[in-house]
Write a protein that binds this ligand. Structure first.
Ligand code: ADP
Ligand code: GLC
Length: 496
């Protein structure tokens, strides 16, 4: 308690830079975090401001906007800064408006062909320049942060650019996913006029190219990732994506802070996407959501048949290949499966074709559908997340709150948040397996189905345990305040 009071007594000015934030723009968990963590910091009475690219979707959804600064209108890459509020919270938002780069339809990172936008190097260099200018109070906003909190490769250039300023705020860089690095051609780097001073093996250079994420990893005053286990894993070659050497060198700067869940959005007692609300004390609503989900996705109404859900990006990270491999055997069981996702076109196609053979048992919905994601969390009995790696993972945390027992691989944040049935009915919250192989996944799913069938009393108890787990953002936000304090102390002590 003393610690919390100390934080509240000394408010910090925090500039939170991200490439997506719910509800303005979201492709995955980063959007959830950047929508919720600033709000949690705001609730802790910190002076936090969010800065995002002015994507077309974000401009549409934010409502009232005013022009905050025209200071960079004469730059080689001109931009305006617009100001609004993050819907549902009091957090001020700045949108970096360069229409040529951000005013386009669709996904923030990918074109309609599913490939990276060809000008991503330009887009996130321009964004980083704008963040730097705000951080150094060069935009005429009469506000200078104590800390700039950057997230993932899209903001990686910011700590590198700031390191060149004679006086600067502290910087924190959060790794949400080390595998996405923003590696761009050296010619692009030069064309964009990015500084030669940070072009080195210790800096941005990565096998002859420029790695935006290295800007964060090498130059931020403090680093963190989104779970304690992933913070350990990324120091090893198996998970380090060729950056483990750098992370080992900066090991004293790297910590793990587990993400929270935004229970304003993800709680079956008041989730606005659900036809029926429920709680641990009264689970009838969950059964009603199951029936509604079966109807919505086109599965037969079958209250007794266990329903397995999966929501996520359909990419190798998420173990989609393992799911594909076990589905034919799994669908021999009395079971229903519903999958919502988008991503790798090969996975989308393979899942769709496979489901086509079992329409009574398996439905696959390709696309991004926020409401359906919530209804799958509520209507399913089990939630599948067999990730090969998982920095934190939010869907398993949501699943716990929805009483939908997660089946997860023991890696990253999944290992940190789910307790296997075998650890006893007093503690268990789901099912955990180890080997990233189809037999291991099939075995754990069959084990879960057996408990569902044979031990309804035990099942109810484990559902109760899961629903009682509390991953509120407040605790994580307090851990970030400590991290900011450490970054400020290190920044004051000289070079990163
Ligand atoms: P990641 O960030 O790696 O994609 P997380 O589990 O941290 O994984 O977060 C994923 C978030 O994105 C969750 O809020 C999840 O519900 C959402 N999501 C992923 N795919 C879809 C989809 N196809 N439709 C709706 N929501 C999705
Ligand atoms: C990344 C990770 C995911 C994490 C999310 C939010 O997208 O893949 O594990 O939960 O970021 O931090």
């Amino acid at each position: 308690m003393a610690k919390i009071t100390a934080h509240l007594a000394k408010n910090k000015k925090i500039l939170f830079a991200a490439s997506e934030a719910h509800p303005l723009i979201k492709t995955g968990g980063l959007g959830d975090v950047a929508g919720a963590l600033p709000a949690a910091l705001h609730d802790l009475r910190q002076d936090v401001r969010l800065i995002l690219p002015a994507y077309r979707d974000a401009m549409r959804d934010i409502g009232d906007l005013k022009v905050a600064s025209l200071r960079m209108q004469d730059d080689p890459y001109p931009l305006r800064l617009l100001e609004g509020k993050l819907p549902g919270s009091g957090v001020p938002v700045w949108l970096v408006d360069s229409p040529l780069h951000f005013d386009r339809a669709g996904n923030p990172y990918l074109g309609a062909d599913g490939r990276d936008w060809p000008d991503n190097a330009d887009r996130y260099a321009i964004f980083a320049r704008a963040v730097r200018a705000v951080a150094l109070n060069q935009m005429g906003l009469a506000w200078q942060p104590d800390v700039v909190h950057c997230n993932d490769w899209q903001t990686g250039l910011v700590p590198a650019l700031l390191s060149l300023a004679p006086t600067r705020p502290a910087s924190v860089f959060t790794i949400h996913n080390l595998a996405y690095q923003g590696v761009v051609a050296a010619t692009d780097y030069r064309r964009l006029g990015l500084p030669a001073e940070v072009w080195s093996v210790e800096g941005l250079e990565f096998y002859g190219q420029a790695s935006y994420i290295k800007g964060g990893l090498a130059y931020a005053d403090m680093l963190n990732t989104v779970s304690p286990t992933y913070a350990e894993e990324i120091r090893t070659p198996a998970f380090g994506c060729q950056l483990e050497g750098l992370l080992q060198r900066r090991t004293d700067r790297l910590v793990g802070i587990l993400n929270g869940a935004d229970y304003r959005e993800w709680d079956p007692e008041h989730d606005r996407h659900l036809p029926h609300h429920y709680s641990a004390a009264s689970l009838q609503g969950k059964a009603a959501n199951k029936t509604a989900l079966q109807r919505e996705v086109g599965l037969p109404r079958a209250p007794e048949v266990p329903l397995i859900g999966l929501v996520g990006r359909l990419v190798e990270q998420k173990g989609v290949d393992l799911v594909l491999a076990i589905l034919p055997a799994l669908l021999q069981q009395p079971v229903q499966v519903v999958i919502l996702g988008s991503g790798d076109p090969a996975f989308e196609k393979a899942l769709t074709i496979l489901a086509g053979h079992y329409p009574q048992h398996c439905q696959v919905k390709i696309g991004f559908d926020e409401g359906l994601a919530h209804r799958i969390e509520a209507g399913a009995d089990l939630f599948l997340m067999p990730s090969r790696y998982e920095p934190c993972g939010l869907n398993q945390i949501y699943s716990l709150r929805y009483g939908t027992l997660p089946v997860v691989r023991r890696t990253g944040g999944l290992a940190d948040t789910v307790t296997d049935w075998s650890e006893g009915l007093a503690r268990a919250t789901g099912f955990v397996f180890d080997a990233a192989t189809p037999p291991a996944l099939l075995e754990v799913v069959l084990r879960a189905l057996q408990h569902y069938r044979d031990d309804p009393v035990g099942w109810r108890r484990v559902v109760g345990n899961a629903m009682a787990r509390d991953y509120s953002w407040r605790r994580s936000a307090e851990a970030y305040l400590d991290l900011y304090q450490q970054a400020i102390a290190r920044a004051g002590a000289g070079k990163p």
